[in-house]
Design a binder for this molecule. Structure first.
Ligand code: GAP
Length: 565
């Protein structure tokens, strides 16, 4: 999705027929591992943290860099423009960009973000808490003479239990009296599915309030972070914004790329970079952050091929997640309903993951693949567009002048083979790097039992990350710190380090060292033991299968390089 409008497009979707509570305790254990092992820390933690901002620690930064590197290699740098990939209408080219975070303010006026990129929020006068209006839902409850619309900001099946608890508290009932509450109607959004169905706020009991009527009228809230440019910044003309998506940098550079490289339509431009959204309710660990990274492709094609390219990118991006090891059963590809589509979009599909913090049957968005037509290039040529009678037209103000003027530059494309000029259509696969890291962490997290060095079962926590994603690919472990083993291990470590990230670890029992590597997601351990000193072989332990094979020490580096690929 791109532009949030009143009925904000859902980042979390649900098949409510099968809802079971979220596995919060599993999620808590994942968050605790992420902190304990240095994957993810709260930003500015020593000052109490900052809501919606996260830092990546030593293992986390490696995991995230590996993920972005896989994306860049698989989508951009390693793309073979001479081959016709399965499902693609033709060969295509790929190139890249790295644009600024702060762009000319007119960019956001023409893209629509200035006017439309907002959520609606409500404040609770009593609890001083703020909620996204579209995130509140509830149900009418009566007890004796009193009737109130009880609300919650919890989704899924947990919502029903939460509503009961809140109603019990409001009516001041004991647990055994809960059945005396009379519920009417279903659980419905506070905002209603249409404005006419919105629940009157004086009758709504806010999620953290003791009395009804404490929620303020919904207010529009633009999600773009504002800043000022220049030392003398003061008036409105100096207002600038931190980009809420990387995409616009690509559109405004479309002509530059065409003029300075050999790419011809169809081609794609990829970009990885930070985006910022002043989310009203950042939550679920890094899932909804205020500062995050996106990995976006804008793919430019002929209008008549655009449907086929849309289909191609949906399938290609879906397979990318599977190839890197996400469990297929926890992923879903969801085509948006017509009502959910942004006003310029001809089709959008989301790739979604069943995160453990969501109830069973709920999925959180990892990536959106959108067919954006010629909306973006035309907006930056002509000015802000709106849909009228099915057509995109320039939005005008009361004076009949364009509401937001475009650049006036010609962003059309001349096909020198067919001798045609047209504005290319765009397919946009837009992924979140932080959400992907979170999904891969959650998916990789396993708890099992393995025999220790004495054959006794020991509980272990292991991250079964794909070797391409694993922060460390191997650990080199001398069994003991004597008999020449450390020297042999250090020599192997130095040779392997030139090919891949690995570590030397001689501290503690070998079982403890394996356990440390399992938690870090290291796929292979190479142990130098007594036998190494006699026959030059080492033990290669596989994190997932737990098999241990003897490998000649001289072959280790090539063998692991091969397995990594
Ligand atoms: N250019 C299109 C665009 O930005 P989007 O669906 O708003 O579309 C794309 O964002 C992806 O960026 C999402 O699928 C998600 O992975 C990630 N993303 C969006 N908002 C985010 C947030 N607040 N925190 C973390 N990731 C976010």
């Amino acid at each position: 999705m791109s532009l949030h409008q009143l009925a904000s497009l859902p980042e979390i979707t649900a098949d409510t027929s099968m809802n079971k509570p979220a596995d919060q305790s599993r999620m808590d254990r994942i968050v605790s591992l992420a902190k304990r092992r240095g994957f993810i820390f709260q930003s500015s933690e020593i000052y109490g943290g900052l809501n919606g901002f996260w830092d990546y620690g030593p293992l986390g930064v490696a995991l995230k860099r590996n993920l972005k590197e896989c994306w860049w290699q698989d989508m951009v740098a390693g793309h073979d423009e001479l081959a016709t990939l399965t499902g693609a209408p033709s060969p295509y080219e790929m190139t890249g960009l790295d644009c600024t975070i702060i762009m000319h303010p007119q960019v956001w006026k023409c893209s629509g973000h200035f006017d439309l990129f907002h959520d609606w929020m409500v404040d609770c006068r009593e609890s001083k808490r703020r909620y996204r209006y579209d995130h509140l839902q509830g149900r009418w409850a009566s007890y004796r003479e009193q009737k109130v619309f009880v609300t919650t900001d919890i989704s899924g099946d947990d919502a029903a239990a939460d509503l009961v608890g809140r109603a019990q508290k409001f009516f001041k009932l004991r647990a055994k009296q809960v059945d005396e509450i009379v519920w009417s109607g279903e659980v419905v959004p506070l905002a209603g599915t249409t404005p006419a169905e919105a629940i009157p706020l004086p009758e709504a009991l806010g999620p953290d309030a003791a009395e009804p009527g404490t929620l303020t009228e919904p207010r529009e809230f633009n999600l773009m972070f504002e800043t000022r440019i220049g030392a003398l910044a003061g008036d409105d003309d100096d207002r600038a914004f931190l980009r809420p998506e990387t995409a616009q940098g690509i559109f405004v550079n479309f002509k530059n790329v065409l003029d300075t490289s050999r790419v011809r339509v169809p081609f794609g431009i990829g970009q990885i970079g930070k985006s910022f959204r002043n989310e009203i309710t950042p939550r679920n660990f890094t899932f909804r952050s205020r500062e995050f990274e996106q990995m976006e492709i804008e793919f430019f094609c002929r209008p008549d091929d655009s449907r086929a390219w849309y289909q191609f990118w949906r399938d290609r991006r879906w397979k990318w997640y599977l190839n890197l090891g996400l469990t297929e059963g926890r992923l879903q590809l969801r085509e948006h309903h017509a009502a959910e589509l942004a006003h310029y979009s001809c089709g959008t599909a989301d790739i979604e993951y069943a995160f453990p913090f969501l109830a069973d049957g709920e999925y959180g968005e990892l990536e959106g693949i959108a067919h954006r037509g010629d909306f973006d290039l035309r907006s930056h040529m002509e000015g802000k567009l709106v849909r009228q009678d099915g057509e995109l037209v320039l939005e005008t103000g009361p004076d009949g002048k364009p509401r937001h003027r475009g650049s006036g530059r010609d962003l059309s494309y001349f096909d020198d083979v067919t001798r045609e000029r047209f504005v290319p259509h765009v397919i946009e696969p837009s992924a979140g790097a932080d959400r992907a890291v979170l999904a891969f962490l959650c998916d990789a997290y396993h708890e099992d039992n393995v025999p220790d060095e004495n054959g006794k079962p020991r509980e272990r926590t292991v991250l079964k990350l794909h070797p391409r994603l694993a922060p460390l690919k191997a650990a080199i472990l001398p069994l003991v710190k004597k008999d020449g083993m450390p020297e042999v291990a250090i020599d192997l470590y130095k040779r392997l380090k030139k090919r891949m990230p690995c570590m030397y670890d001689a501290k503690g029992s070998v079982g403890r060292r394996y356990a440390r590597q399992d938690e870090a997601g290291t796929p292979w351990c190479l142990t130098i033991d007594g036998q190494t000193m006699t026959d030059n072989t080492v033990t290669l332990r596989d994190r997932d299968s737990l098999t241990q094979e003897r490998v000649p020490i001289g072959e280790c580096v090539d063998l692991l390089t091969e397995r990594l690929q």
